[in-house]
Design a protein around this ligand. Sequence first.
Ligand SMILES: *Cc1c(COP(=O)(O)O)cnc(C)c1O
Ligand SMILES: [Zn+2]
Length: 419
Amino acid sequence: MSLSLSAEQPDEPADADDGVWLECIECGETFAPFDDVRYTCDECDGLLEVRYADLPTFDDFDGHGVWRYADALPFAEGVSIQEGATPLYEVPRLEESIGVEALRIKHEGMNPTGSFKDRGMTVGVRVAKELGVDRLACASTGNTSAALAAYGSRGGMQTLVLLPAGKVAAGKIAQASLHGARILEVDGNFDACLDIVQELAGQGEAYLLNSLNPFRLEGQKTIGLEILEGFLADYDAVPDRIVLPVGNAGNTSALYKAFRELVQAGELDEDDVPKLTGVQAEGAAPMVEAIENDADEVRRWDDVETRATAIRIGNPVNAPKALPGIRETGGTAVAVSDEEITEAQRDIAGEGIGVEPASAASVAGLRKLRAEGVVDDDERVACLTTGHLLKDPDAAAAAGSEPEPVPADTDGVLEHLSE
Ligand SMILES: *Cc1c(COP(=O)(O)O)cnc(C)c1O
Ligand SMILES: [Zn+2]
């Protein structure tokens, strides 16, 4: 099967363009990458993946940020705002309290618009240019809309975003708005927004840039490549495990693809591939349910709720790519409560790192799995934090301390401090 770690590098089909093509993960049908707009397989509606005739080695990577990895991407450069090259922070207190050999936080909130979505958009908007489309669209829990608006305007294109009304954090709407997106607030949840955008895209109204779009995931592979290079530099070994929040499971799929390509290129041993470990909120955990039940398919949850709004998703579209990723790498999936998420957000903030609630789910999940003994104390782990604290100022203020009113004189302030 094409999604196995031991899959062979496929032969280049006649419809490849400069060594790049699309392949259906279900039936294996191949398609020319840039002739027509296409998001899923014409034959069976399966998800598509980008394939390359030549897979890069670590030596081929050169430069800074996402485009350092151009040899692993469909183009040499993209519509860029200097995305990627995010910090891989040491967090000694968290490492100690969770009890693992090494813990690093890969903070994707340090991207230009404050989330990892920028890595996908720099590639996706470049592809949109290649296809000659003029209007871009997405459904979003917030961060995709912020990234689409910024990269779309950078690329000189119109942007349309569909958001679940009342369920998007303030910072994200502000970004989409100022970067010039047309914002439609839908009376429904994220999954309903995505259903509508998929139909609009199918009717040719706009080019879809949700993670169903296989080119976005190519950009997001670079998270995995940066983590591996960072660990190799600091520990001379790749991490044993990567823990990440899961919404549509795009990142889970993208990291798995990055590792599969390195295995195929002979750059990474199959046994050394980091265990992909997904974390969801208890109120939106269809992937966890599928992993726990050893199910082939994910059941769509119609009612989802969590304060981690970025992962308030009941129908993870990339599940067919992500489930094999979790299973083949020996990883797992776990659900955490909103209270555990907020606690982890405070713990991460205590190391000077500000993340939004969904991001903190990774650390909350690691703590839980370590306590349950699923994660061993000798593991070296990377936790992915997906978005910046300022994305959701209301959640941050609610998790932090209350401002204290004082009079406008020093004696009054001193008196208050001594109370
Ligand atoms: C989009 C997003 C996620 C979910 O990522 P998937 O790739 O869809 O699983 C998690 N956290 C934040 C902050 C996001 O913006
Ligand atoms: Zn197919």
